[in-house]
Design a protein around this ligand. Structure first.
Ligand code: NAP
Length: 348
């Protein structure tokens, strides 16, 4: 009887050890399940995204990057960049972005030409879905989705979009060789676009809704000195006028409204370039990440951390103030370092 009890105790001991081991295994497995397929996912491919990729790749974190609907970001539609350090004679936007891409690829960043259309940051691992439906999981996500050109929002603008209306002189200026164009806006973008268009168009008219300019002095002066550029101040576009022959649309002019007198005059032109600022590309994060009224992501002071642990934001998606390529690159670097330090807290 005693022998039987000893054997029973031994058996019970072994069973409880086995159950404890199973519990431990299940726990460690469930911890593993909480980790993502990737350590770092970067959404966006402007200077912020590429810099984040460069730093995380060089930290052996094997980042993957989603280039989005405008690979290379806004600089792809910028002509000469004279204020990015390191280029004595300036550099074209597309060349700079291509160089950044090659640099991150050299350190093993995996880039996908896909757009992230859905995210779930409610639990770990963090989940994102691409436009082809593929799910990706990660321990950290760096949001570098940038901002996009804004439009004035009138019906005729939509109607002639791509048929005379554009927000990118570098992309479309060539199509207006020897023709008349207008540029809307009073900031640096408008100045840059107006100047660039004088290489193609026969006449450029800058339309601005007030007399003061947001543009930097040097860029405004360049435009003022350019004999091919005329100014229509205190003026807005009331309507874009054109023809539509069975879907073959073209712009013939704009109805301009003087904001002081209300007077409307017709101004003939073939091209209309919008250069009135940008909107952050953060719709996919609505209700998930904290953002301001315009849509700029809110990050913690002196950091790129968002309200979700493990999710960091950099570049124009979170910067309504500086919005420069070099500041975007700077915050991209910060987000990579923030992500690396966060991963260390997970036991990397
Ligand atoms: P911005 O500085 O915000 O200027 C936007 C302009 O569009 C303003 O003049 C604004 O008028 C006007 N505007 C806004 N909404 C309008 C509407 N609905 N109808 C008519 N006009 C409207 O934007 P940005 O020019 O794109 O420049 C953004 C940032 O990028 C700036 O920091 C700029 O310095 C920088 N940037 C630098 C370079 C360069 O250095 N190469 C080139 C481009 C941009 P109000 O002034 O009346 O508000």
């Amino acid at each position: 009887m005693l022998g039987y009890l000893v054997i029973l105790n031994l058996f019970q001991d072994q069973m409880s050890q086995h159950i404890n081991l199973q519990r431990k295994l299940t726990m460690s497995q469930s911890i593993k399940v909480l980790r993502g397929q990737h350590k770092v996912i970067i959404i966006g491919s402007g200077p912020a995204g590429f810099t984040a990729a460069l730093y995380t790749a060089r930290a052996n974190l094997s980042p993957i990057m989603f280039e989005g609907s405008q690979p290379g970001g806004q600089l792809m539609i910028t002509t000469d960049i004279e204020n990015y350090p390191g280029f004595e004679n300036g550099i074209s936007g597309p060349v700079l972005m291509d160089t950044m891409r090659k640099q991150v690829q050299r350190f093993g960043t995996q880039a996908y030409y896909k757009t992230i259309t859905r995210v779930d940051f409610t639990s770990k691992p963090l989940k994102v879905w691409a436009d082809d439906g593929t799910e990706y999981t990660s321990d950290t996500v760096i949001v570098a989705t940038g901002a996009s050109a804004k439009y004035i929002g009138i019906e005729s603008e939509k109607k002639f979009m791509g048929f005379g209306v554009s927000a990118c002189a570098t992309c479309d200026g060539f199509f207006f060789r020897g023709q008349r164009v207008v540029v809307v806006g009073g900031g640096d973008t408008a100045m840059e676009e107006a100047n660039y268009l004088t290489h193609h168009a026969s006449e450029v008219t800058l339309i601005h809704r007030r007399e003061g300019f947001r543009a930097s002095k040097i860029m405004l002066e360049r435009v003022q000195k350019n004999e091919k550029i005329k100014f229509a101040l205190n003026t807005v576009i009331d309507e874009i006028v054109g023809t539509d022959e069975g879907g073959r649309k073209s712009v013939t002019g704009v109805n301009l409204k003087n904001v002081n007198t209300g007077e409307i005059t017709f101004h003939p032109c073939e091209g209309v370039f919008m250069a009135i600022g940008h909107q952050p590309n953060t719709d996919v994060f609505k209700g998930v990440l904290d953002m301001d009224g315009v849509g700029y992501l809110i990050t913690k002071k002196s950091s790129t951390a968002t309200n979700i642990p493990g999710v960091f934001a950099c570049g124009d998606a979170q910067d309504s103030y500086y919005r420069q390529a070099v500041t975007a690159a700077g915050t991209g670097c910060m987000s990579a370092i923030d992500a690396e330090r966060y991963l260390e807290t997970l036991g990397e």
